[in-house]
Design a protein around this ligand. Structure first.
Ligand code: GSH
Length: 263
């Protein structure tokens, strides 16, 4: 990304996430891209990105530079921002987004907005996690093929009950904020990391469950028209989505197994 004036006033952020897939790292990427702030996507820019991320979560580590160990990616490393001038290392998607919120101008205008933005983000990440569990309902470390029967049951409930509950909720949030947000923003009158997070989950659901989402879109007109289109076209996001930094969905959180979609 080209160095902007804003980018030069920011520390050299390093995103640590599995290479080659959007995954949960995408929520962090979208925030940086929307803000026009540069960041290093360490594993995607390394020769051996898998190794970099495996060593990050080395199960014998007790941490370094005054930081605790990292449980799972994504993590964010910020040189110079940690204890005694060392690098700060933080993990957990919502913790990283909350840390970046103010710094990137995506965190809300006041205390109330900040709290709502975090709440909506956590709700969207719950939906993201439930989408993951449709193909891994029994064991995270086992193959999908070894838990296919349970996946079909889990996905059926997810499509029939959970998708409409979550999407209906976000539609109501947009309606409730219509005077300020015009259907484009979940909170206040400008883009927040809650918007980019909900948007990415919607795009993932469309990839994973195309028939289900096609059938349901009309029930959530604000979410799938004003909101979805405006985030997609937002400054920074539009250019990013057309770039090769945006990795295609494949075998990450959102996977397309036709047998798990509406039949
Ligand atoms: N709640 C965590 C979940 C992190 C997570 O599950 N990361 C995945 C990649 S998307 C992973 O590699 N997990 C390894 C594990 O849980 O053992 C977050 O949002 O950051």
């Amino acid at each position: 990304m080209s160095a902007t004036k804003k980018a030069r006033t920011q520390p050299p952020y390093e995103l640590l996430y599995w290479p080659g897939i959007p995954g949960r790292g995408e929520f962090i990427r979208l925030a940086f891209e929307a803000a026009g702030v540069s960041y290093k996507d360490v594993a995607n820019e390394s020769e051996d990105g898998m190794k970099v991320i495996s060593s990050l979560t080395d199960q014998s580590s007790t941490g370094s530079d005054g930081n605790p160990p990292t449980f799972a990616p994504p993590a964010l490393r910020i040189p110079g921002e940690g204890k005694n001038g060392a690098a700060l290392l933080i993990y957990q998607t919502p913790s990283i987004l909350a840390y970046l919120g103010d710094k990137l101008g995506l965190g809300g205008a006041d205390e109330a907005e900040k709290a709502w933005i975090l709440s909506h983000t956590l709700t969207a990440l719950d939906l993201n996690n439930e989408a993951h569990d449709t193909h891994h309902p029994i064991a995270v470390a086992k193959y999908y093929e070894d838990q296919k029967d349970e996946s079909v049951k889990k996905a059926t409930d997810f499509r029939e009950n959970r998708i409409p509950k979550f999407l209906g909720f976000f539609e109501r949030v947009l309606k409730g904020n219509e005077a300020q947000g015009q259907g484009k923003f979940l909170v206040g009158d400008s883009l927040s990391y809650a918007d980019t997070t909900v948007w990415h989950v919607l795009s993932g659901l469309e990839f994973a469950f195309p028939k289900e989402i096609a059938a349901r879109k009309k029930d959530y007109p604000t979410l799938f028209r004003a909101f979805y289109d405006s985030v997609k076209e937002a400054k920074g996001i539009k250019e990013y989505l057309g770039s090769e930094r945006r990795k295609p969905f494949s075998m990450g959180v959102f996977r397309h197994y036709p047998e798990l979609d509406r039949q």
